[in-house]
Write a protein that binds this ligand. Structure first.
Ligand code: AMP
Length: 474
């Protein structure tokens, strides 16, 4: 265990809101399978992508900034040959968009080569980095992952499993990891199971991924979720499981179901589309509104809007069209062009909206900017009334476990009461799903979730506020 602490402090950012993939399947083109797996996880991160492949002798890496097909061009995949691979897509967060933070990280150390990719946020990263620096470690990036790599390298006396187990004693917070050595792949999930991670079977081998949509995309059969605190080793013998750290109270991230995950994924026994639909139904029971149509804010509000329509009997309509070709490179508009820019992304359908009392369903309100713009857009397109129904409780607190929630100071629900938010976004009515109503949806199978962004009940101690004036790598 490390114990010496210096006053070296890093910023809370970057937030590791990402997707990971891993495969061990001899006889398959593992780099290409990983490419498709990452493509299916693209919604989890658009800033950078990378794949590391092992062939029994070495670990080769290709990574870069951009979307998966932008990073892997030409013959880059053909050169990544081997029987095992890991991959990563990384989310874009302000101030941290640097090539150095792209993953997987691949290192040489006393035992050979290792690659690591990580989804989640460690909460004691500042202390760990300080301890490592005090004993001579150097860092290139500002990622949690580099701290993990350093710890594993220090602890790997006998086996990577043993090193990971020691590492799991030191690190606190959220992590779903994939690690590659020259000849096998490991996967590990933190003891609370904050971020999702599942196992699938593909041909003679096995695959792990952040979400099951990536397993089914590559033709793998879902086997099970990786258990909280579990370490899996994928190699020529198949899968070996070790309980790396005693499982704690499960605290699966509820926001994955609300917004982040893809609807065709099933995580910890709950299908995302089904859950979202139930959220809409519950919302309709809690807040019946007299209206002519129910419309979603596509795509994140679509399943809940369907649920609301089903439960209320009000017709479901598509009143907003989403332009699916607006990518990461979308130029931030000047003030003058802002209205056009908003309509470029979401365009109202006048023929659907004109003269109608509209229930608009969205998954969440964070700062309130989106809702304000969309309500104005619906009114301009002739809607008579706009009632905003939100399929989550008010987001009141920051997430420290891997979801990029804004600073608490920017969260509209933390600053203003409901009536004022309703006024600020100029809606005729505003309704949030209750936390009890949300949890009720999961109660049948006894799910246990982290709801800290709604109620401030943090399952793992959160980092201390940043100390001003201390050294930063960003
Ligand atoms: P805002 O304008 O800040 O209120 O943003 C709310 C919208 O952003 C909602 O419609 C959500 O679909 C989406 N959203 C919620 N959480 C996140 C997140 N962590 N990252 C990006 N978008 C989000």
């Amino acid at each position: 265990m490390l114990n010496e602490v210096s006053s070296f402090v890093l910023p809370d950012k970057p937030v590791e809101e990402c997707g990971v993939f891993g495969i061990y399947t001899p006889g398959l083109e593992v780099a290409k399978v990983t490419y498709y797996g990452l493509y299916a996880l693209q919604h989890r991160g658009q800033e950078s992508a990378g794949i590391a492949v092992a062939d029994g002798r070495q670990v080769q890496l290709h990574k870069g900034m951009g979307l998966v097909p932008e990073v892997f061009t030409g013959n880059s995949l053909d050169q990544l040959t081997g029987h095992a691979a890991i991959g990563h897509v990384r989310y874009s967060t302000t101030g941290s968009s640097q090539p150095l933070n792209a993953q997987p990280l691949v290192f040489r150390y006393a035992k050979g080569m290792m690659g690591l990719a990580h989804n989640g946020n460690l909460t004691n990263i500042t202390e760990l980095r300080a301890q490592l620096c005090a004993t001579g470690s150097v860092f290139q990036s500002s990622t949690d992952s580099e701290v993990l790599v350093n710890l594993i390298a220090r602890y790997n006396a006998n086996s990577l499993e043993e090193a990971l187990m020691k590492c799991m004693i030191d690190v606190k917070g959220a992590y779903s990891l994939v690690i590659i050595s020259e000849d096998c792949v490991y996967a590990a999930r933190d003891p609370h199971g904050f971020r999702p991670l599942c196992l699938g079977q593909l041909g003679e081998g096995y695959v792990v991924a952040s979400e099951s949509c990536a397993l089914t995309t590559v033709g793998a059969t879902f086997v099970r979720d990786v258990a909280p605190g579990e370490i899996l080793r994928l190699d020529r013998k198949g899968v070996t499981s070790t309980q790396g750290f005693r499982a704690q109270n499960p605290a699966h991230c509820i926001f994955e179901y609300i917004y982040f995950a893809r609807p065709d994924s099933t995580m910890d026994s709950f299908n995302v589309n089904r859950v979202r639909r139930e959220m809409g139904r519950q919302l309709a029971r809690e807040y019946p509104v007299e209206a002519d149509i129910v419309i979603p804010v596509p795509d994140s509000g679509t399943a809940a809007a369907r649920g609301y329509a089903e439960e209320s009997g009000i017709p479901f309509e598509e009143g907003l069209m989403k332009n699916r070709y607006i990518g990461r490179t979308f130029i931030q508009p000047t003030q003058q062009l802002r209205e056009i820019a908003v309509r470029l992304k979401l365009n109202p359908v006048r023929e659907v909206l004109e003269g109608k009392r509209v229930v608009m369903v969205d998954d969440s309100i964070v700062r309130g900017t989106t809702s304000q713009k969309i309500v104005a857009m619906l009114r301009a397109a002739g809607a008579k009334e706009v009632h905003l129904c939100v399929s989550s409780p008010p987001v009141m607190r920051s997430c420290y476990y891997g979801i990029d929630t804004s600073d608490e100071k920017e969260l509209i629900a933390a600053k203003q009461p409901l009536e004022e938010i309703c006024k600020a976004i100029n809606a005729d009515g505003l309704h949030y799903l209750s936390l009890e109503g949300l949890l009720e949806i999961f109660s049948s199978k006894g799910g246990h979730f982290c709801t800290a962004c709604f109620d401030g009940r943090y399952p793992v101690e959160i980092p201390k506020p940043r100390e001003a004036g201390k050294f930063s790598l960003e």
